[in-house]
Design a protein around this ligand. Sequence first.
Ligand SMILES: Nc1ncnc2c1ncn2[C@@H]1O[C@H](COP(=O)(O)OP(=O)(O)OP(=O)(O)O)[C@@H](O)[C@H]1O
Ligand SMILES: O=C(O)c1ccc[n+]([C@@H]2O[C@H](COP(=O)([O-])O)[C@@H](O)[C@H]2O)c1
Length: 190
Amino acid sequence: MKVGLYFGSFNPIHHGHLIIANYMLQNSDLDQIWLVVSPQNPFKQSGSLLNSYHRLYLVQLAIETEPKLKASDIEFRLPQPSYTVNTLAYLQEKYPMHQFAIIMGSDSFENLSKWKNYEFILQHCPIYVYRRPGHEVINNFKQGNIIVMDAPLLQISATLIRNNIKQGKSIRYLIPDKVIEEIERNGFYR
Ligand SMILES: Nc1ncnc2c1ncn2[C@@H]1O[C@H](COP(=O)(O)OP(=O)(O)OP(=O)(O)O)[C@@H](O)[C@H]1O
Ligand SMILES: O=C(O)c1ccc[n+]([C@@H]2O[C@H](COP(=O)([O-])O)[C@@H](O)[C@H]2O)c1
């Protein structure tokens, strides 16, 4: 089975993530997509980060009606911060029957050469890159299997959502209703 790994803080998950995940399912050879919740991104401050298990649960709520999308807590059990190369090597060893690919926005792809052991990632895993607003896909790597996907451009971000909540503004239509209910019930991000 071909599995697309979609890594993120998902703080919280939003329709930007979900539309991309669904686009990849419909328009690539990937059989499943695993949304891998990173407890701590090596490049991000942990300040506004909701507890990992709450973020995982919000992802589970968001995807519960789509069997080809799975939420993964694999990085909860690996050393932190979450270096993608470590997670990839672990998954490839644990699931030798699967072929893994990484799904990445062009904003992340721009910084890939700063990631830990990025050469290993390029050598061992295809990368499906989609365009993000303000970030063209420029591939200067001499190695790797980079597949550029023409997915829709969406300006939604988790930062926008957290700011809206803090300012008492609506987050309707940015996030699935079930996820909004859970955020509101628990008073997350206030
Ligand atoms: N609106 C969007 N459309 C497509 N991809 C997105 C969108 N927002 C985030 N992503 C991508 O999803 C992955 C995980 O992102 P992440 O969980 O950090 O969300 P974020 O919305 O960018 O968060 P934050 O605003 O807190 O930085 C990244 O590869 C990022 O490029
Ligand atoms: O491995 C690395 O060096 C590395 C550097 C930056 C980001 N990542 C991972 O990329 C994923 C998406 O990052 P972000 O900034 O879009 O949330 C997240 O899961 C991070 O752990 C990984």
